[in-house]
Design a protein around this ligand. Sequence first.
Ligand SMILES: Cc1ncc(COP(=O)(O)O)c(C=O)c1O
Length: 418
Amino acid sequence: MVNDWGLPGAKGAVANLPHRGKVRREGWRPPPYPYDGLSGLMELAQHHDGGAVDLSVGTPCDPPSKAVLEAFSIKALLATSGGYPASIGSLGFRRSAAGWIHRRFGVELPADAVAACVGTKELVAGLPAWLALRSQDPNRTVVLYPEISYPTYAMGAELAGMQAVPVPCDELGRLDLSQVSDDDAARAMLLWVNSPSNPTGALSDLGSAARWGRERGVVVASDECYVELTWTGRRRSILQEGLEGLLAVHSLSKRSNMAGLRVGFYAGDPELVGYLSEVRKHAGLMVPGPVQLAAIVALDDDEHVELQRQIYKERLELFSQALSCHGLNAPMPDGGFYIWASCSPEPAESDISNGGPLPSWELARWLAEVAGCVVAPGDLYGETASFHVRVAMVQPIERLELAVNRMRLAGSHCSTRQ
Ligand SMILES: Cc1ncc(COP(=O)(O)O)c(C=O)c1O
């Protein structure tokens, strides 16, 4: 459905997203990719002098560290590109990944508990299908995932022909496993947790997720790709709860600005890691050798991460304050590099039941018109997120200041059908 400014965002448009809660049907076609629907917002934002400030996709704008760039050299290419890399990752890469886990979380991983992946999105999207292949229980057809979350958890279930069942989150955005029905729990094969959360920044209780999964024989996969950007309290990994039945998923994309190089790793239960790495070997999933060499340098160094943390903190503080000054509820997140902002006060549910545009799209339009920035409407992350927008701090501070100045000059306060 297209609304009056040519944006897909009217109530009902979420039906185009991965079929949260539904099993794949015959003749399946992929739904439109979530961010492909933002071109209308981009057009609005581009009218500003200085162009659009794109804060929609969570793709880092900063370069990898100098040491990483040096490691990713012609020499590395010549040294590693003649033969196929091991799908599981080189010993050096796996040692560095395990070394980082030990430094950060105090967990010693055995050598067979960690393996490489080609960025983590492919692992998130593929995991349900690979686990389903070996399942002995035909009733385990459910993938549980946070109701407000990165869309690939639901998409992975859909690609596997499984049922994606959202788990409610509490008012702070934390996973509330007490709300999973007995039936869904009995049919669950996999539970995704994501802490810090994309998009909300919430920190979930990983200990209770691990216990919940173990008590029910459900694999718990913990996507921890924003863990270095934990702002409240200590960085946490599910691996601190032991390895049995658990998988932690880590990306170098956000930690080390290596999204373009495609590298991450998964670690946890050696039996699970062993199974997955064998399947992935058959599928030819391999991180290129030079990329692994660069990743080793990144994983061995924490200094560039500290610098990047300061950069994100400064951006988050600037924008959180600016949005709050213009009438939005836009607190600093507990983790991650997104601001999860909503209109304040939120419109009543009855206000959006008339088929008009969702508040999240109205808010996104307001930001495009007034500040010239493109943000992601909340309903891309779940049907219950239609009051929010996700604002990614992935532009240099000067671009963010440009957007803040535009808001200041416009002097207008956000109000969406209050
Ligand atoms: C929660 C979450 N998990 C996984 C990914 C995938 O990251 P990558 O494939 O770059 O490792 C992203 C990327 O935005 C993400 O936000």
